[in-house]
Design a protein around this ligand. Structure first.
Ligand SMILES: [Fe+2]
Length: 229
């Protein structure tokens, strides 16, 4: 036959080369044999699972795809940018509430002192929700006062104490700026399919800010002062 003759010929001509292919073929044959015994079970290890492990450092403005939440990189990037804007504005509004809580004076002091602190606490909850949503999306949340001051869209408030009606006006203006962004961003998150961000903005940010506007706006009243003789 032809094949024994070939084998004999190759052995005599190059005995070292003939040994190598035989050694490579042996594992393949074994693997096929085991797969055939139970083809539905894959016993091969899933290697390189740590390739998506979190990096200890990450640049602000970037997003990682580490968490498998079914959103594309561009969708995450769009949402993180919007959420960082809302975060900076919410931190600023929260701190404005505390400033006014401390500095308020006048006949409505007690009511406003308590109301401003209540709203401060509620805005703090929103701050945490927004920041943690940014982390879930693979982004980096803005955090420090100097970075917040650079990013916020709310006008700078003076250090001085202002009268209560001015405090109220500033708060209502801050709420409105945030709410306008919320409506815009909720639509964008809906368009890109980021339901979690859309829900956060609508269910938490819009609802809370609208309710606070109601309570603060009720203090915008014409209250002429009387003067004691
Ligand atoms: Fe206090």
């Amino acid at each position: 036959m032809a094949s024994p003759a070939k084998a004999t010929a190759s052995k005599s001509a190059a005995p070292k080369k003939a040994a190598a292919p035989a050694a490579k073929k042996a594992p393949d044959a074994t693997a096929r044999k085991h797969a055939g015994s139970n083809a539905a079970v894959n016993i091969l290890p899933n290697i390189n699972q740590q390739q998506n492990a979190p990096s200890p450092t990450q640049r602000y403005g970037t997003v990682s795809q580490r968490l498998p939440i079914g959103l594309s990189e561009s969708t995450r990037q769009t949402s993180v940018t919007m959420l960082n804007q809302l975060l900076a504005d919410t931190i600023t509004l929260r701190d404005m509430y505390k400033k006014h809580h401390w500095q308020v004076v006048g006949p409505t002091f007690y009511q406003l002192h308590l109301l401003f602190d209540k709203h401060y606490e509620e805005q703090s909850v929103l701050v945490d929700s927004i920041a943690e949503r940014i982390q879930v999306l693979g982004g980096v949340a803005v955090a420090m006062a100097h970075d917040v001051a650079e990013l916020t869209s709310l006008p700078r408030v003076p250090r001085d104490r202002e009268e209560a009606p001015v405090q109220v006006s500033r708060l209502l203006d801050g709420h409105q700026r945030i709410l306008k962004n919320c409506h815009d961003y909720a639509s964008k998150a809906d368009e890109t399919g980021d339901d979690g961000t859309n829900d956060l903005i609508v269910s938490e940010l819009v609802r809370t800010n609208e309710l606070q506007v109601w309570f603060v706006a009720e203090h915008v009243v014409d209250s002429p002062l009387t003067q004691a003789e």
